[in-house]
Structures are given as C-alpha cells and as structure tokens.
Design a protein around this ligand. Structure first.
Ligand code: NDP
Length: 311
C-alpha cells in the first residue's frame, strides 16, 4: 500500500487542534487531524463551560468540542479516529505511524496533544468527577459561591486555585501532603494571609464522600495515620499536569517537565516544520480559549512556513 502523503498533519483534537484545523483548511492546506486517545480532549470531561467567548448562556464541554469539530469539517478538514504511535522528524517529509501500523508522510505537523490533569487515583474521585470533583478552578469555581471547597496540592497551581476560590467560596481547605508549601514565596504569603483559607498540612485525601447529589465531604488521613472528615461541597485537584508528549520524546525538544519548547511568541518547535499549540506547550494559562488561540497561531505559522518554502 502506498504511504499517504499529507501536507499538514494535526495531532490531537482539543480546542488547539480543531482551531488549527479550521484555519489550515481555510488556507487550503488540506489538513488531516488524528483525534488521539480522547477525542475532544480535556473539555469533554467537564460539564458546563461558561468562560468560552461566544456562548453567553454557557455550553457543555462536549457540545463545544462538537461545534469546533463540525466547524473544521465544514471547511474540509479531514478528521479521523486514530492515535499517532511513532514519529520520525529526522528528515522531511516527516514519517509517522498511526495505531501502530498505518504509515503517513507529512510535510508539516502541528502537535496539539494537550496535557492531562493528574488525579489521586481514588475510585470515589472518578465517581464524582463533574459532580463536585474538578481539576480546574477557573472553569468550575463559579458553582461554589458561598460554599465550602477543598483544594489538594501545595504548588503554585494549588495556591492560585485556592486564592481564586476564596473569592467565591465561603471557606477553602488547602490540603497539603507535606509540612510545607512548594509554591513561590509570593503565593505562599497570599494563601497564608487569606482569612477564609485554612491550610491542612500533612494531610491527604483518602476518600471523597457524597451521594446522588454530589460531593459532601472528604475523608482525610494525616501523615501520623489519624483520620478526620471535613464537610466540603467540592474538591479541586491541583497536583500537577502531565503533558501528552511521550511519543515525541527525542523527536522535538521538551523542557524538564516534558512540555514541548516553542520559540517565544510563536508555535515553532526545535524542528523546522513542526509546530506545537495548546496545553502541550503551555504551563501557564491552560485555558480552552488560549489553546484555541495558539491553534490559530500554529496554522498561520505553518502556512507561512510552507509559503516561504515555495510550496
Ligand atoms: P507542582 O508539581 O509544582 O506541584 C504539585 C503539588 O501537588 C505539590 O505540592 C505536590 O506535593 C502535590 N502532589 C503531587 N501528587 C500528589 C498526590 N498524589 N497527593 C497529594 N499531593 C500531591 O505543580 P503545579 O501545577 O502547581 O505547577 C507546575 C509548574 O507550573 C510549576 O513549575 C509552577 O511553579 C508553575 N506554575 C506557575 C504559576 C505562576 O507563575 N503563576 C501558576 C501555576 C503553576 P509535593 O510537594 O509533596 O510533591
């Protein structure tokens, strides 16, 4: 069978990938997009999205992703099921394998495989996901006005999320497994000086408690083995993210945490003709709209790259 030749291959189907597909299709780059492990990306695991511009009444995560997918398809983007399992970026055209067997050649590649929020791995955490368990305060904090929430983690994200939630919720427990915060001094200072944040050092969550209406508490275990229950309406996990870059290791430059390095202000990676957009290269903003914005940038960078090459 002949190897398929693709002008612009997009890997990943979150807001970054779909937006790149919309722009690349409209620029006549005939993009092919492989959706990856989780078609639609992280947003398909959330319920209501109220901060994506253009949806004054809000929209569910799956609906938003379906809208983006349909918009990309309307302009001719070829959206396929499939996981990229191998890449060779050592020379052009780039060679990639899909689902372990199908081989494709691509003139350019846009990587938008995202990052996955880490979870504690509790069964109860899965059960209440979207019903009180969240990994994004910016997305879901609004639902906890005047309620009590717990935030798990002791890094900058956890402190930032706790500070943000403290402006909405009546009380925030910051649950930290060590006896110190790993966050920057400024963030630590902010947390410690916010009256409605209580830091519970040396505690971790053993079980998330609730019923059909959602979360109503958390069973915490202290490092000395003692346990206690706190009443909370929601639990926010802020224990880090893992970028989905294992397949690109050694092919493009990654930072120490495994995120793809891009040239500041652009989506260019260390390999000419390979671009990265969305959470896979963003440790800072991680929003659907910023991912979509960088997907647009990647398509434009890609189009200009091909133009300069005279293709
Ligand atoms: P970090 O890896 O910095 O922190 C993760 C936190 O979660 C740590 O306190 C860690 O504990 C804890 N943790 C990890 N696994 C578990 C577990 N299983 N149970 C309980 N607790 C756990 O991740 P962040 O997302 O906070 O930050 C990532 C990077 O992004 C950092 O470099 C950070 O500085 C940066 N960042 C910068 C911001 C800014 O500048 N405004 C905002 C947000 C992030 P332990 O300490 O024990 O390992």
């Amino acid at each position: 069978m002949d190897t398929e030749k693709i002008r612009c291959l997009i890997v990943g189907s979150g807001p970054a990938g779909y937006t790149a597909a919309i722009y690349a299709a409209r620029a006549n780059l005939a993009p092919v997009l492989y959706q990856g492990m989780e078609p639609g990306g992280q947003l398909t695991t959330t319920t209501e999205v109220e901060n994506f511009p253009g949806y004054p009444e809000g929209v569910t995560g799956p609906e938003l992703m379906e809208d983006l997918r349909r918009q990309a398809t309307r302009f001719g983007a070829d959206i396929r099921f499939g996981i990229v399992t191998e890449v060779d970026f050592s020379r052009r055209p780039f060679r990639l394998k899909v689902d372990g067997s199908k081989e494709v050649e691509a003139e350019t590649v846009i990587i938008s495989t995202g990052a996955s929020a880490r979870y504690l791995g509790l069964e109860s955490e899965n059960r209440f996901r979207g019903m009180g368990v969240s990994a994004c305060a910016t997305c879901d904090g609004f639902f906890y006005r005047n309620k009590v929430v717990g935030v798990v983690g002791g890094g900058d994200t956890a402190c930032e999320e706790a500070s943000y939630l403290a402006t909405l919720a009546s009380k925030v427990y910051l649950i930290v497994r060590k006896n110190y915060l790993r966050a920057s001094k400024a963030m630590q200072h902010r947390v410690m000086n916010t009256p409605n944040i209580e830091v519970l050092f040396e505690y971790n969550v053993k079980e998330i408690l609730g019923d059909d209406a959602g979360v109503n508490g958390a069973l915490l275990v202290h490092n000395d083995g003692s346990e206690k229950i706190v009443a909370v309406d929601g639990i926010f996990l802020a224990i880090g993210h893992t970028p989905n870059t294992s397949v690109f290791k050694g092919a493009v430059e990654l930072d120490a945490e495994g995120y793809i390095r891009t040239a500041p202000g652009t989506t260019h990676t260390s390999v000419e003709g390979v671009f990265a957009a969305g959470d896979v290269q963003d440790t800072r903003y991680r929003q659907a709209i910023t991912a979509a914005g960088s997907g647009c940038m990647a398509a434009i960078d890609c189009e200009r790259f091909l133009l300069e090459e005279g293709q």
